[in-house]
Ligand binder design. Structure first.
Ligand code: NIG
Ligand code: FE
Length: 416
């Protein structure tokens, strides 16, 4: 058994003997050990405590590493991304600078449809190579577990190609990865006036193959004006449930059209985006009942689209379970940098650093149902860790936004 001990850790962050999803006020409690040690055996966290209580000479560690003032925290758990995509869309970015809106660009065949035509013209190998490079980049920025969606195929072949790429990423990467089927991301042009025709393909042609080849862990629908209605979302999710796929859903990104009520009824694991929320919806999402979906906020999307960010403060104050994710995608968040997501949440959504770090680690793990293996410093969990450069305090992380404060990242016990 390979064992190592890290000693003289200035601050060991998010240390928990047991975990539960964090709701409301619980998000502000971030347990830490000052002047700590951490033991890792075969890639798994196997012990921790205060330096004064460790007697290194009594133990036989293969390696003792002196961290001398560094802070160690769980690697980011990014619970909502579209990391598999072909090419980029900076032309639309410039169109928006010139005055067009995201919705106007989508209506003229840009947006998701633009990415879909690029993706359908790209081979599976090339798509894998692009995604592999992005996965490497986000892991170097501290992401240790990640959810990745399909949704830029919008054809049987295209959706299966994306999901097979995600499957290959799972096989080749040591990050923990969850896969989500988002065939209902938008309507292909030829089905613009035949919603049922496309939904029929999603349900009867895509889902059976996905289930047979075990290509997805979850199902997602973009519930939005001009995209899928709550009723259409319900039909698709009920079909997914027949194959054991639980919903993680795009709702209330631009408009409030009933996606929250439907998502709760469908027992969604998470409801994601939530830029536009009324008070009734905030109270539906809040409270202590178990079974309420996690609210996955993706603040870089409204930041990039220059619209108001999610009402994180109101959600947390009302008692909701908030997670933070990057939404990494070519249209609304062409960055998977969770350090910036955390900083932006503190700077613009008034989340406390403790709340943001909990939301981007433990609650993110719950939003992917990976909480037994990642998201906190807990014995038995994977050693997915961020080692910071020497910094004065934990608050310095979001404060010193945009600067690279990560010294090293460890995934499942291996430095990358
Ligand atoms: O999460 N809102 C839907 N999907 C993506 C954006 C898709 C795109 O523009 O490519 C999102 O923001
Ligand atoms: Fe998204």
């Amino acid at each position: 058994m390979a064992s190592s001990v890290f000693i003289n850790i200035k601050l060991l962050v998010n240390v928990r003997e047991q975990t539960q999803v964090l709701r409301g006020k619980e998000l502000a409690i971030l347990p830490v050990i000052e002047d700590a040690y951490l033991v890792i055996e075969d890639g798994i966290i196997a012990g921790y405590g205060q330096m004064k209580s460790i007697a290194i000479a009594d133990h036989k560690f293969d390696q003792a590493i002196n961290l001398d003032g560094q802070i160690v925290l769980p690697a980011w758990c990014d619970s909502h991304t579209h990391l598999v995509f072909a090419g980029s869309r900076e032309n639309e970015f410039v169109d928006r600078i010139k005055g067009l809106t995201y919705q106007q660009i989508a209506a003229k065949g840009g947006g998701i449809l633009n990415s879909a035509s690029k993706l359908n013209a790209t081979s599976e190998d090339e798509l894998f190579n692009q995604a592999w490079k992005r996965l490497g980049e986000v892991s170097r920025m501290g992401t240790g577990s990640i959810e990745i969606k399909s949704g830029y195929g919008l054809s049987v072949d295209g959706e299966l190609k994306m999901l097979r790429v995600i499957k290959k990423l799972k096989e080749r990467s040591n990050l923990s990865i969850k896969s989500t089927f988002l065939g209902a991301h938008t309507y292909p042009l030829e089905y613009k006036d035949d919603h049922n025709g496309y939904i029929d393909i999603v349900i009867n042609e895509m889902l059976p193959v996905i289930a047979k080849e075990k290509l997805a862990d979850y199902i997602d629908v973009f519930c939005e004006k001009g995209f899928f209605s709550p009723g259409e979302m319900e039909t698709i999710c009920r079909a997914g449930a027949q194959y054991g796929l639980k919903p993680k859903l795009h709702v209330n990104q631009m408009n409030s059209i009933g996606g929250i009520e439907t998502g709760i009824k469908l027992n969604a694991v998470s409801l994601d985006h939530l830029e536009t929320l009324n008070n009734t919806e905030i109270s539906l999402l809040s409270g202590t009942q178990s079974g309420l979906p996690i609210c996955s906020l993706l603040p870089t999307a409204p930041f990039f689209l220059h619209v108001p960010l999610q009402p994180a403060r109101q959600l947390i104050d009302a008692g909701a379970a908030v997670a933070l994710a990057s939404d990494y995608n070519p249209g609304s968040s062409p960055s998977g940098n969770m350090n910036f997501v955390v900083a932006l949440s503190c700077i613009q959504m008034k989340m406390l650093p403790e709340e943001a770090i909990n939301a981007a680690t433990l609650n993110g793990a719950y939003a992917m149902e990976l909480h037994e293996e990642v998201g906190s410093i807990t014995n038995g969990k994977k050693a997915n860790l961020i080692f910071t450069k020497p910094i004065p305090s934990l608050d310095y992380l979001p404060y010193s936004f945009g600067n690279n404060l990560i010294d090293k990242v460890m995934i499942h016990g291996q430095f990358i």
